[in-house]
Design a protein around this ligand. Structure first.
Ligand code: FAD
Length: 315
């Protein structure tokens, strides 16, 4: 059996590692940070294709991930489905609707929409709580013979020398490893609050004025910001005020008790890098999933395992 090393222990690395194990490979995981310190550990995370490209691939990956989460529903592991309202305009790409089972998406009456939202669709979509799901994936990985080693990688040559096959799931870290000019951050600030009773929703229709609320099992996440090329990983107090103000304007009068303010940098490209490296053909890149890593992770992971399986048979 050929062996594969996966670099990166966020949602992309962990799902990649598990799907390679399912495909019969011996898998090692290497990462600079353990899963609990990654960007992936900080976020929502709701199933919705936000700030990710290209459209066609995203749609099929998101559909595969949706089915996988359906099979995995288990509140103890952080996978549930919740009703979620999504705002849209005539300009919005509503292709995600086609990925869901027929009849499962409904138009919401104007009176039932958050204030300021003109049109919205409601559907039951996966909620994947990182606090529970990442440790679950990691445990599963170890149970299936995986090993973990904490280390930083600084170049493509170093990456390629790690194993027979290597999958690069380093998110924004790939910028330095691959000298990737196309990869850039979209800064997101969110407020983790005590649980609110409100309906979960997102309004991504106004660039620079993103607002969303995700009710999870033990808390509520309120967002957010979407600032391109902003590398600031610290809380910006004016963003916290902006987010609270937008929440109030959406008709929520209850002032949330903030438990934590979190900042994350979405790893965005003009398209997700999903290919073998032209110079190091044993390296497969799987990074740049923008604001939708959880939404597409399993789709990418399952497709990639098939590609590597074929390549392993050929070489
Ligand atoms: C505020 C916010 C809210 C979001 N909400 C959602 C949501 O609701 N739904 C959704 O689907 N997505 C959401 N996202 C997007 C999602 O968080 C990302 O797409 C996803 O976390 C990216 O996962 P990743 O595994 O590629 O990267 P990461 O989680 O960053 O993991 C990268 C891994 O690579 C390792 N690494 C990096 N560089 C090196 C190196 N040089 N050597 C060795 N290891 C290295 C790191 O240590 C880490 O282990 C949100 C993002 C933000 C910022």
């Amino acid at each position: 059996m050929k062996s594969v090393t996966v670099v990166g222990s966020g949602i992309i690395g962990l799902t990649t590692a598990r799907s390679l194990q399912e495909a019969g490979f011996q898998v090692k995981l290497i990462a600079k940070e353990k899963f609990a310190k990654t960007l992936s550990s900080k976020v929502g995370a709701i199933w919705f294709p936000f700030e990710i490209a290209p459209k066609e691939k995203t749609n099929s990956w998101a559909a595969m991930a949706f089915s996988r989460y359906q099979e995995e529903i288990n509140p103890e592991n952080g996978v549930t489905f919740i009703p979620f309202i999504n705002a849209y305009t005539s300009e919005s790409n509503n292709d995600w609707v086609k990925q869901l089972p027929a009849g499962s998406v409904q138009e919401v009456e104007k009176a039932k929409l958050p204030d300021g939202m003109e049109q919205g669709l409601i559907a039951e979509v996966p909620l994947v709580e990182p606090r529970l799901y990442l440790p679950h994936l990691f445990e599963d990985f170890l149970v299936h013979g995986g090993t973990f080693h904490q280390a930083g990688i600084s170049s493509l040559a170093e990456l390629a020398a790690l194993d027979q096959f290597v999958v690069n799931c380093t998110g924004l870290g790939a910028k330095e490893i691959c000298q990737d000019e196309e990869l850039y951050p979209i800064r997101g600030q969110i407020l983790r609050c005590t649980k609110l009773k409100e309906q979960s929703f997102a309004d991504p229709t106004k660039k620079g004025a993103l607002i969303y609320l995700i009710n999870r099992s033990g808390d509520t996440v309120i967002g957010g910001t979407d600032y391109e090329n902003d590398w600031n990983e610290k809380e910006d107090l004016s963003d916290t005020e902006l987010i609270l103000d937008r929440l109030k304007k959406s008709g929520i009068s209850q002032v949330p008790e903030i438990l934590e303010v979190l900042v994350g940098l979405r790893p965005k490209r003009s398209s997700v890098r999903f290919e073998f490296d032209p110079d190091f053909p044993n390296v497969f890149h799987n990074y740049g999933h923008g604001g939708a890593g959880f939404t597409v992770a399993w789709g990418c992971a399952l497709e990639l395992a098939e590609i590597i399986k074929k390549e392993a048979l050929r070489t």
